[in-house]
Design a protein around this ligand. Structure first.
Ligand SMILES: O=C[C@H](O)COP(=O)(O)O
Length: 336
């Protein structure tokens, strides 16, 4: 598949959810019949993912364009217990200039304005990141609702969202209560998601399903659907802290539910695979999956984000290899 892909034009706003033309998902009443009808053919899902990687690839000469586009879809993330304001500031600087100017020059895109899709941090660092990114139009995404386990009291979780919005977060990545899925309490999941969406106000909300905790692909599909019904703008696979994070089969199931939701409601919902996505090769596989399942519209940062802490370093390295024919050491591509 040799297909060249457009990266952001000079002077256009950096990638972000804000200012895009997609109307937000208002949600809809919980339709339990629809949820209960959901069926997943696990072997067909696995077969599709296996054949996808065998049949499809992006030709070498088009890869740089795809990887630059992927950069604009990264939620550049730091979610560690030892995070500091200085680390977050360095990450923000990287988000504003994710690829070294000499590499962009050699690729012939020095005039394009390329930034990551967002910077993703804990609530504590939202204000720091907002200040560091001032003028860049890069939104700050806050993980929330007792991330990563999501087991804080409900009111505390709602207040956490409100606090991050007050500090300037433009995007809120909430974690769902896995117990609601594991006990099939779809009403409870719908209600909590509804409350989170309301607390976000104008901030876009990504629903983290923590798929590695949900045990079955059918649960993943149902949870995706219920969160979309309750008004999620994006559905996201993982926190990055579960024992299993983003995978192609889980992503395929979520994408099929996005397609089904769009067919019934007309609404376009975004997708964010997260956790363990660390190589350019991984990212190309996800981009191919997105394009094949939902179409090229879903390669844009208002509908696709990669939640990743170390992916950018590998992409930059691959782009450098593309222009010089040589690989440099990882320490030449610091994250912050
Ligand atoms: O949402 C983002 C993830 O926490 C990042 O996970 P990662 O550190 O495996 O890239």
């Amino acid at each position: 598949m040799t297909e060249h892909i457009q990266v952001a034009e000079t002077g256009s706003a950096p990638a972000g959810l804000h200012g895009n033309a997609i109307p937000r998902n208002p949600g809809m009443p919980l339709e339990l019949d629809w949820v209960n009808e959901v069926r997943i053919n696990t072997s067909a899902v696995e077969r599709r993912c296996t054949t996808l990687s065998g049949r499809r690839s992006v030709k070498k000469d088009a890869q740089a364009g795809w990887l630059l586009k992927a950069v604009t879809c990264i939620d550049l993330t730091t979610l560690n217990g030892d995070d500091t304001a200085n680390r977050v500031k360095r990450l923000c600087a990287k988000a504003m200039r994710p690829i070294r100017p000499d590499i962009l020059e050699a690729l012939g895109v020095a005039d394009r304005r390329i930034s990551t899709g967002a910077v993703c941090v804990y609530h504590r660092f939202v204000a720091t990141a907002v200040e560091a990114l001032e003028g860049s139009m890069i939104p700050v995404a806050a993980v929330s609702t007792g991330f990563p386990a999501g087991l804080a009291p409900h009111d505390t979780k709602v207040r956490e969202i409100e606090a991050s919005v007050a500090d300037g977060a433009g995007e809120i990545d909430i974690v769902i209560t896995r117990e609601h899925v594991l006990t099939g309490d779809w009403k409870a999941l719908y209600n909590e998601m509804r409350d989170y969406r309301a607390a976000c106000g104008d901030a876009h909300v990504k629903a983290i399903l923590a798929t590695g905790d949900l045990r079955t692909l059918r649960n993943v599909a149902k949870a995706s659907l219920v969160c979309m019904m309750a008004g999620a703008d994006f559905i996201k696979t993982s926190t990055g802290k579960e024992s299993a994070n983003a995978t192609l089969p889980v992503s395929l199931v979520m994408l099929r539910m996005i397609r089904e939701y769009q067919a019934r409601t007309g609404q376009l919902i975004g997708f964010k695979p997260a956790g363990g996505i660390s190589t350019a090769k991984d990212v190309l596989a996800y981009q191919i999956l997105m394009k094949e399942e939902l179409g090229r519209r879903w390669l844009e940062p208002d509908l696709l984000r990669f939640g990743a802490s170390s992916l950018l370093a590998d992409i930059e390295r691959q782009l450098e290899h593309h222009v010089t024919g040589r690989y440099s050491a990882f320490n030449r591509h610091p994250m912050g």
